[in-house]
Design a protein around this ligand. Structure first.
Ligand SMILES: [Zn+2]
Length: 535
């Protein structure tokens, strides 16, 4: 009580100063207040859509489709978007499972993307903290690409309602990162002009915490994905081996050459391969063989150097074995990512405003149990978002890639990482699927949608933000480096990839498609008690 009177005077003084400042700053303060209020309303709307968000996350999880074969996912998303007032162009850039959805008119044009494809061998019952495939050997969402479209679509619907109510001009586009695990489509979207009139691209990607960064992305690479095919001559492997020329020998010698050279390549590079064709049977000298390489580096120029070295190895292996190297095929490509500073700053502020979801004891129990199962640190789920915005990589040690890189060199872009998965997992593994149709993924997607909606409102209502994004893009990002696609003019999307594999597993997987008309959640449909952990 002693401080009541002085405090009252102090507050009154502050308020009167604030009033004077408000009058001085006039419209800018009013704009800020309006923006803040609209963000609040959009977030509340996202919160009201939690069931809708959860159903999208669970539905796409249950499809578990591989890159270029996302037919169920595609049809489902197109239906959802049309029902919500978007005009949808299907089969864009010659890719049957790619679309461009549009709503609204005028500027700014905000383009929302997120990946949709799964991982081979990742079939897994959600909510179960040990390896328990739904269909043995089948693909599944062992990265979490089932969650990002829910983030973007929920956010877009909330923002669309604000735009209708407030009569705000602007266009929202939504598209899928088709076949991202093959980094096989976004460069074609760019080549076909789908980003020509875009002001800002907001990408979303699953993670185990919130995150956003600007500049060169740390511990990431770009890549080119190349298929080397050799042709030899068949002969009886025992009866007349001297008449044969083995294409498999060429594949093996190329790989041996590459693996010796690997010691003398820059430490941050990554390269790996699988043999797609190794011949037919041992008593027939293999006439055909092929090996599929990913060459990863931290700059486009270094990627080209690695690629040229790969070509040299392949040509040399053909010479050594008396076989022919066929025309190489580019199956995918990704520029290293570079994200936009002003848009990343806006996104980061929204992350701070939204904060992480409240995890239940069941969520934490699942997280700790899978961490224990894998021998990772039993840290559970993150409790705080990052305190600082990540800037450009200082000492890039290399790592994975995403073809959002190509888009990021064409228009100002950021990736919003949202908290729908568990820390300490190996990536591209069944373990990365266990959270992805549970309350962890659902709550993470809702939180992600709030941030995404707020950043869209920033772009619509903050004077000069889009301009500042372009100033950074022109004067800093692309001042010395200009985008030259890694795909060559003759390359086309490798849409036949994964067809056979998906055809093999789809009949068994279909039995597990989620039916939201009968079950509130996918966990309910599967009869999984949450969480299921080893005793
Ligand atoms: Zn991904």
């Amino acid at each position: 009580m002693r401080t009541a009177r002085p405090l009252f005077i102090f507050v009154t003084l502050l308020l009167s100063i604030a009033t004077v400042q408000t009058e001085r700053r006039g419209t800018s303060q009013a704009t800020d207040e309006r923006l803040s209020r609209l963000k609040q309303e959009a977030a509340a709307d996202v919160e009201r859509m939690t069931v809708f968000t959860q159903q999208m996350v669970d539905q796409i999880f249950s499809f578990g489709e591989l890159g270029f074969q996302e037919h169920e996912t595609h049809q489902y998303l197109v239906d959802v978007l049309r029902k919500n007032g978007f005009a949808v162009e299907e089969g864009i850039a010659g890719i049957p499972t790619a679309f461009m959805a549009t709503w609204g008119n005028g500027r700014p044009v905000i383009s929302l993307g997120s990946d949709i494809d799964g991982i081979p061998q990742a079939s897994q019952k959600p909510g179960v903290a040990y390896h328990a495939p739904l269909v043995e050997g089948a693909p599944g969402h062992g990265e979490g690409h089932n969650s990002g479209q829910a983030v973007n679509i929920t956010a877009a619907i909330a923002v669309k309602r604000v735009m209708e109510r407030e009569k705000l001009p602007g266009t929202i586009r939504i598209w899928p990162g088709t076949a991202e695990e093959l980094v096989a489509t976004k460069a074609y979207f760019v080549r076909e002009g789908f980003f020509k009139d875009v002001d800002v691209a907001l990408f979303s990607h699953v993670s185990n915490n919130f995150g956003v960064s600007w500049g060169e992305r740390a511990n990431m690479t770009g890549l080119v994905s190349v298929l080397y095919s050799f042709t030899g001559r068949t002969a009886h492997s025992a009866g007349s081996p001297s008449r044969g020329r083995s294409a498999l020998d060429a594949v093996e010698l190329m790989n041996i050459g590459w693996n010796f050279r690997r010691e003398h390549l820059p430490l941050e590079h990554r390269s790996h391969y699988v043999i797609l064709d190794g011949g037919d049977q041992p008593n027939v000298v293999p006439r055909t063989a092929s090996v599929w390489y990913y060459f990863r580096e931290t700059t486009a120029a270094k990627i080209r150097d690695l690629w040229a070295l790969g070509d040299t190895m392949a040509e040399a292996a053909a010479k050594m074995t008396g076989t022919d190297l066929q025309e190489t095929r580019v199956l995918g490509s990704a520029w290293p990512q570079h994200f936009n500073r002003p848009v990343a700053e806006a996104t980061f502020a929204n992350i701070q405003r939204v904060g992480l979801p409240g995890w239940s004891e069941a969520d934490q129990t699942l997280a700790r149990a899978i961490q224990k199962e894998l021998g990772s640190e039993q840290q559970g789920l993150h409790l705080k978002p990052p305190e600082e915005l990540d800037g450009p990589a200082r000492d890039n040690r290399g790592g994975g890639s995403d073809d959002i890189g190509d888009i990021s060199w064409n228009v100002p872009t950021v990736t919003l990482r949202f908290p729908s998965n568990i820390p300490g997992l190996p990536g591209h593994n069944w373990a990365d699927a266990i959270a992805m149709a549970t309350p962890i993924a659902h709550k993470g997607a809702t939180a992600g949608a709030k941030v995404q909606a707020m950043t869209m409102l920033d772009l619509l209502l903050t004077p000069g933000l889009v301009e500042r994004a372009w100033t950074y893009f022109r004067d800093e990002q692309t001042k010395t480096i200009q985008y030259e696609p890694l795909i060559r003019p003759q390359d086309t999307p490798a849409i036949e990839m994964n067809r056979e594999l998906m055809e093999k597993f789809r009949p068994a997987m279909r039995k597990y498609y989620y039916d939201p008309s009968r079950y509130p959640t996918y966990l309910d449909q599967l009869g999984v008690s949450y969480p299921t952990v080893k005793r």
